[in-house]
Ligand binder design. Structure first.
Ligand SMILES: O=C(COP(=O)(O)O)[C@H](O)[C@H](O)COP(=O)(O)O
Length: 327
């Protein structure tokens, strides 16, 4: 390998692979893992010059960035750490990168618990909460409610095709919450028994749209029709700065095998000589327009979706760049 080739630590590649394969998943968890991976890259670097160190760090950031496109917490995490990288020597660059990653991770945790306390104020004793997918930010609200003596019950949507609802159900039961697990198609029926829909977010756009697990938008529309408030728990790391300048959020399309197993595909195609081919589409996320969202709960307070742009401007300014272009 030539000396001008970037050196990415195998631990970074392993984290990137785990994110792509959803062994590490959920927007906050992905951000945390990406920051930790950059810290490892810095710690293990044997770059000979500051320029080589920065080149390797940027290459690592790019490898992590290219794993999944929808959760903006990932580029926001990378940007945060790379902006904190400073110094004239390799050793100074190493320690500033490690410090930035540690600070980021600590702030992420603090933000989640602060958000939880704010979100908990919306819940009343005896409320029934319907969840979709598995969101650590949403669960933080329930956990804080329980800690302050507010008992809740949960109706948990299974969340096809990956069934992240099972993780939510397990976590809630560990917290002592009575859980009813339902298939996604049963959600509208159970909205009659629901006091709040509570979901997380992968990205929040400048107009207040919420990008979250596929099925969130249909749930929110049904909830509005039934008069059930929709609460989105999302740390400010989920705010998508590029949407302030008109960009849209990329929606990840995942592979057919999550929807149709190889055996099912073989069975379907077995008798299909005369028929057009069957195409499977598997979008992982969807966009819920702001009019179906009652509140976005962040660590900075709760906001009607239409006003979230003010917070975005305050936190990000008007412009952003790719994480590896910002140092
Ligand atoms: O849509 C998902 C996860 O999708 P996937 O399983 O495809 O990653 C979660 O609702 C958000 O990421 C928020 O999670 P958190 O609140 O933990 O950041």
């Amino acid at each position: 390998m030539g000396s001008d080739q970037p050196v990415v630590d195998p631990a970074v590649t392993a984290t990137a692979d785990d994110i792509a394969a959803m062994q590490i998943r959920g927007a906050a968890t992905i951000a945390d893992a990406a920051a930790a991976a950059l810290a490892t890259q810095a710690e293990r670097s044997d770059a000979a010059t500051p320029a080589a160190f920065e080149r390797d760090l940027r290459a690592s950031a790019r490898e992590l960035y290219e794993t999944r496109p929808t959760a903006v917490s990932l580029p926001n995490a990378l940007r945060y750490v790379l902006r904190g990288t400073e110094g004239e020597t390799v050793s100074a660059l190493q320690s500033s990168t490690i410090d930035a990653a540690e600070t980021f991770r600590a702030e992420l945790e603090q933000a989640q618990s602060k958000l939880g306390e704010i979100g908990a104020n919306r819940l009343r004793d005896g409320d029934v909460v319907m969840t979709h997918c598995h969101s650590t930010d949403a669960l933080a609200c329930i956990e804080a409610a329980l800690e302050s003596g507010t008992a809740v019950e949960a109706i948990v949507k299974e969340t096809r095709p990956r069934k992240q609802g099972h993780i939510t159900a397990q976590r809630l039961r560990e917290l002592g919450v009575p859980v009813t697990l339902i298939v996604d198609n049963a959600a509208r029926r159970y909205l009659d028994e629901t006091d709040h829909v509570l979901v997380g977010a992968d990205s929040i756009a400048a107009d207040g749209s919420v990008i979250n697990k596929i099925g969130t938008s249909g749930l929110a529309v049904n909830a509005r029709e039934r008069g059930v408030p929709v609460m989105v728990a999302a740390q400010t790391i989920k705010l998508h700065p590029d949407t302030m300048t008109g960009q849209t959020v990329a929606i990840e399309m995942r592979e057919e095998a999550e929807v149709l197993s190889a055996d099912e595909r073989t069975a379907i195609d077995g008798n299909a000589d005369e028929m057009p081919p069957l195409r499977v589409e598997n979008p992982a996320f969807d966009v819920t327009p702001p009019r179906y969202v009652d509140a976005i709960v962040t660590e900075r307070g709760q906001f009607p979706p239409e006003s979230i742009v003010t917070l975005m401007r305050e936190l990000f300014g008007e412009t952003t760049a790719e994480p590896w272009d910002t140092t």
